[in-house]
Design a protein around this ligand. Sequence first.
Ligand SMILES: Nc1ncnc2c1ncn2[C@@H]1O[C@H](COP(=O)(O)OP(=O)(O)OP(=O)(O)O)[C@@H](O)[C@H]1O
Length: 255
Amino acid sequence: MDLRLDNISHHYGDTEVLRDISLDIPSGQIVCLVGPSGCGKSTLLRLIGGLEQPGGGQVLQLGAAPEGCLNPLTYIFQDFALLPWRTVRGNIALALEDHRMEAAARDDIIADVLARTKLSEFADALPKQLSGGMKQRVAIARALAVRPAVMLMDEPLSALDSQTRELLMDDLIGLWTRQPFTAVYVTHNLAEAVRLGHRIVVLSRRPGQIREVVTLDTPLADRAYGDAALEEQQQYLWGLMREEAAAADAELIHV
Ligand SMILES: Nc1ncnc2c1ncn2[C@@H]1O[C@H](COP(=O)(O)OP(=O)(O)OP(=O)(O)O)[C@@H](O)[C@H]1O
């Protein structure tokens, strides 16, 4: 299933947050959203996920969701959102509990996503026994369990230290390379965007409008840490954002 954003605009009261956003999100791609603080990235993600309705325009779902899809648009949050009293397996099972299925089918799905996220041996651990990176892998496994058409990822690595972030980026690249998934990925971190994004959508400061869509052709598996070409892309993105990011920051001081 592809997504198409058709002329999305949004206001909160008198504040115009997003203006005329049109964008295709093709199946099998990771599309990163970057832009200055407060430009409306998380708002756009909520509109895509249907948590709020856009003031103008529409979000179109084109084509069928993947076979066995239980929740086409599935969120992954920065703070993992795991239930502390449930094991890893129990947290993943939670996503399946509202859906009628045989216990054996449920166990198969859980075993599959645990294997894909390399968590099989931690199935019976509680969240408090896991590192931050592993907790986020559990959240990713839980999202994958419902076979989403599109994963909506809101700064999924920003609560993690930089080493864990690097490891998790490698994990996400491995996961995508073994079995491509579709994601809209909001981040402040341009290094993350150039490692993970097939396309990077640069938004202007509020009201967020698309300034540029940068396409990166290098296969994800070939994007190594510290790669000079990626650094160059990152510099280019920062060049697009720098002045607006500074202006947005200055604006926050006066709020
Ligand atoms: N529910 C809401 N009600 C009113 N205003 C809101 C609401 N949600 C967001 N806003 C405002 O809309 C603007 C965009 O917020 P949003 O969180 O989408 O931006 P962002 O680009 O994700 O920001 P950041 O990069 O700082 O996380 C901000 O000015 C914010 O204060």
